[in-house]
Ligand binder design. Structure first.
Ligand code: AMP
Ligand code: MG
Length: 403
């Protein structure tokens, strides 16, 4: 039996690291970046018009010129033209390079075309570099734009694309086996007898993995039979990088998982945590260093253990630099009866003062996974705290990965 901080430290000390591989940028969405992405040139790479309108020399406007003969059109994607007369202008498109001799773009809304001249309305106030996105103002050539360890979401993909990273180094996600155990469990497309239940845990685990970018996942199921478990797990442990078991890890007569893992050479690094739910959680490593998790089968325990321990472990293996922890305020007092660490599902609402309020969703017991659909995640209540007052602030773990 370990405490929650001890379990965290054992998991941390026994981290693994996934290999990296270079993939086309189009295949990198949601992956963890494993190299720094550097600006190959200034961003923006040239003084860029931010409005459609006319490009002028602001000094002429400030001296009182309001009518500018049009010398031509500066299109986006064309090299910079040169303004011939200081008191003239060039029509210009958003995204075009600022023409030589111009330092200000007057938006089309302030301009009336009068034959071949542009007349500017009096209310326009010109100043140098107005409506110009200066070269290098966002980043300089050589600046690190993305650091290794970030997840590639749309904003990061845009930056990588902008610097010409058509291929990019990312983590190779592990091949994960999700293994359910239990004689009472039936595959979800099969007829189910009144005394049987469907294999929801392994579906939930595969879904939680997929939502965090772990898509190389295979589901298995093994009956509560020591021989079958040993034979099945032997093959699975040899083939997969990570094994996540559900069920068979508690004190029951047919809970064979801990002893079979030991028989197969797995070193059990902890079994049982002083926490509720999910106390029977097991973590071990195969002789060749592969991580094995044995999650208690009660569905609330399974999901909480997965989000609290397994997912952060995999994210660390993947090289993800964790985001800041989230904290929420309890919307009502909470009392617990035991000295364990408690994980309590909550629904989050955002208050007008910017605070996130957490309303407890008390599952009737660890089998009540229907109640989880009404929650956004769970809070962690520290050990030896029996009564938490309303508005006390607690660490929050979301069902949706926000880092
Ligand atoms: P166990 O940890 O094997 O003692 O299982 C505890 C409870 O969780 C039992 O009621 C099981 O039927 C249930 N359970 C175990 N595995 C699953 C699963 N894959 N899907 C749904 N419920 C499960
Ligand atoms: Mg069982």
């Amino acid at each position: 039996m370990v405490t929650v901080p001890q379990a965290d430290s054992i998991l941390q000390k026994n981290s693994v690291s996934c290999p990296s591989l270079r993939v086309p940028l189009s295949a990198a969405t949601g992956c963890v970046l494993r190299e720094h992405v550097v600006a190959d040139r200034d961003l923006p790479p040239f003084d860029r018009a931010t409005m459609d309108g006319i490009a002028v020399n602001s000094a002429s406007f400030l001296k009182g010129v309001r009518q500018f003969p049009v010398e031509g059109l500066q299109k986006a994607g064309a090299p910079a033209l040169s303004l011939k007369s200081r008191n003239a202008c060039l029509e210009i498109a958003t995204g075009a390079v600022l023409p030589k001799g111009c330092d200000c773009v007057i938006p089309v809304e302030y301009v009336e075309m009068d034959g071949r001249a542009a007349k500017v309305r009096d209310e326009f106030k010109a100043r140098p570099m107005f409506n110009v996105h200066r070269k290098g103002s966002d980043a300089r050539k050589g600046d690190i734009l993305l650091r290794a360890g970030c997840r590639l979401s749309a904003a990061q993909i845009a930056v990588a694309a902008a610097v010409g990273k058509s291929r990019i180094l990312v983590s190779k996600t592990p091949e994960v086996a999700v293994v359910g155990t239990g004689d009472e469990l039936v595959e979800i497309n099969r007829p189910v007898k009144p005394f049987q239940i469907r294999r929801s845990n392994t579906c939930a685990l595969a879904a939680g993995l997929a939502l965090s970018g772990y898509t190389r996942v295979k589901r298995f199921h093994i009956r509560d039979d020591q021989k079958r478990l040993r034979a099945g797990l032997k093959k699975i442990l040899a083939k997969y990088d990570v094994v996540i078991l559900s069920g068979g890890v508690s004190m029951g007569k047919l809970d064979f998982v801990p002893r079979v893992l030991k028989q197969l050479g797995v070193t059990v690094l902890f079994h049982k945590i002083r926490q509720r739910p999910g106390g029977p959680l097991l973590f071990g490593k195969t002789s060749d260093g592969k991580p094995v998790f044995g999650l208690p089968g009660n569905p609330v325990s399974t999901q909480i253990c997965f989000y609290r321990y397994v997912l952060p472990y995999l994210n660390r293996a993947n090289g993800l630099v964790p985001g800041a922890a989230w904290y929420v305020a309890l919307s009502e007092p909470v009392t617990v009866k035991t000295a364990s660490t408690h994980f309590l599902p909550v629904t989050i609402t955002s208050a007008k003062d910017g605070r996130l309020n957490a309303a407890p969703v008390f599952p009737r017991n660890s089998g009540d996974f229907v109640s989880l659909t009404k929650s956004d995640g769970f809070i962690e209540l520290p050990t030896e705290t029996f009564r938490l007052p309303k508005r006390s602030v607690q660490r929050f773990y979301g069902w949706v990965n926000i880092s």
